[in-house]
Design a protein around this ligand. Structure first.
Ligand SMILES: [Zn+2]
Length: 138
């Protein structure tokens, strides 16, 4: 098992309390973060499974603090699987920021990302008539 510094992402084979590279108090750092903040930090983890899992969890939690970090991740990651996971997660949020950003991705250069965005937008449009029908019944 590898351990990582959450600031400079150097890895160690031991659970160090202080990063020998950047001097971060690693244990204190994690203690100061709540669950959502930890997941947001994990979005930058160098092992790709970790950001993918963190993105998924953030999408489930729908904490609005995750919107901006997810957008940043989609913009800057070079890993299409991470980008796709972040897009899927962002699709679960309904903030003006998240909706606007998803609209800008319909011309994303990576087909996988584009397809995911189109799926999200399509399912959102499918849901709209049913809510209107629901209102008629009220
Ligand atoms: Zn460090």
């Amino acid at each position: 098992m590898r351990f990582y510094c959450p600031r400079c992402w150097q890895d160690f084979d031991k659970d160090l309390s202080r990063c020998p590279y950047c001097g971060l108090d690693i244990h204190g750092f994690w203690k100061s973060k709540d669950y959502v903040e930890k997941l947001i930090v994990a979005l930058n983890h160098p092992e790709p499974e970790t950001p993918i899992r963190a993105a998924w969890l953030l999408g489930e939690l729908k904490d609005p603090r995750a919107v901006e970090p997810l957008i940043r991740l989609i913009k800057y990651t070079e890993d299409v699987y991470i980008a796709q996971a972040a897009v899927e997660a962002l699709g679960k949020f309904e903030t003006p920021e998240s909706l606007h950003f998803l609209d800008t991705l319909v011309h994303h250069p990576v087909k996988m990302v584009r397809d995911t965005v189109l799926q999200i937008l399509a399912s959102r449009n499918r849901h709209r008539p049913s809510t209107e029908k629901g209102k008629e019944n009220v």
